[in-house]
Design a protein around this ligand. Sequence first.
Ligand SMILES: NC(=O)c1ccc[n+]([C@@H]2O[C@H](COP(=O)([O-])OP(=O)(O)OC[C@H]3O[C@@H](n4cnc5c(N)ncnc54)[C@H](O)[C@@H]3O)[C@@H](O)[C@H]2O)c1
Length: 335
Amino acid sequence: MKPEILFLKQEDVIEAGALDMAMTLEKAEQALKMWATGELDNPTKVGLHLDQHESFFISMPTYVGGEDKVAGFKWAAEARKNYGKNIPLGIDVTVLSDPDTALPFMFMEASLVTAMRTAASAALGAKYLCRKDSKKATLVGCGIVGRDAIMAVTLAVPFLEKIEIYDLNVPKAKALAEEFKDNAIPVEAVENLEESAKTSDIVITMTTAQKAFFKKEWLMPNATLVQMGPCDVEGDCIIGADQIYVDNWYQIIGSEHGSVGMLYNAGKIQKEDTTELRYVVAGMAEGRKSDDNLVTYCSLGLGAMDIIIAYQLYKNAKEKGLGTVVNLWDAPLYV
Ligand SMILES: NC(=O)c1ccc[n+]([C@@H]2O[C@H](COP(=O)([O-])OP(=O)(O)OC[C@H]3O[C@@H](n4cnc5c(N)ncnc54)[C@H](O)[C@@H]3O)[C@@H](O)[C@H]2O)c1
């Protein structure tokens, strides 16, 4: 046999529905539930950090059980030298394999899915942990994830009345607000983050900051804070919260440059202080306990979301006849 691999370039991935935020949210939520109930295996990711190249590569394997039954991994990379060269910062690809034969059957461009599912993950954190009387959100960082987060928060927290967006690059924030001028929840670019955050029920950070900049004093005492960039917020925002949630404890403490990893290495936070959001989504753990609480959620990203979404896109692509088929071999040399 000649095993077939469907190759999906970025244009195919878009055509297959990668920019469909409603689907992304549904699949991301499904991944969290399936992981909590044991139908999905999401091992801790493994990273290769090449400081001399200002780049890193992360391997994120997952097995999805349930009806679909697929194994796969995302190879997620970021290269800071890409800035200003017309190459995206994040360069990701995903491979899907048949869990019975181990044959790969899809290879796709995955950077768009990464940004979409990261935004969805942030919005799910807000959805499950925010006060139900929340009115305003401040989104910090207006890059690719920040852009998608406007879509995700609008769908996942529809009762909000306003979204304020902030970026160090003020014209970028203003241009993004203009792009979303007809959004179902009004979007406004702000120039003073502290002022905006101090009156926000929900704050979501997704910046490329290398050093923590967001301060606990900027938060309302009963706010919901979601951190998606690895080290956007100061340690107090996490250990000073009444309730702390993470996406994957063992993964997040493995990131020594990340806020939670640094707190763990300093002996300031333990597993027992935190709850993994998946259990809240599956109804197996309590979410926000009181409308008076400060609640923080930190995420470094789950391969489970990438693989479950990639499989949906594969099915869509097959149905639409998208992509290019390549063969792994004409005949295997050794059988
Ligand atoms: N948790 C996850 O699952 C996950 C997944 C993918 C990416 N990320 C992280 O999300 C972050 C954003 O990714 P992106 O692809 O949108 O990057 P991007 O380069 O497209 O955008 C980042 C934005 O952050 C802004 N910024 C940097 N420092 C800032 C500061 N101190 N205050 C306000 N704005 C600031 C930049 O001006 C830029 O507009 C990155 O740190 C990335 O590593 C997280």
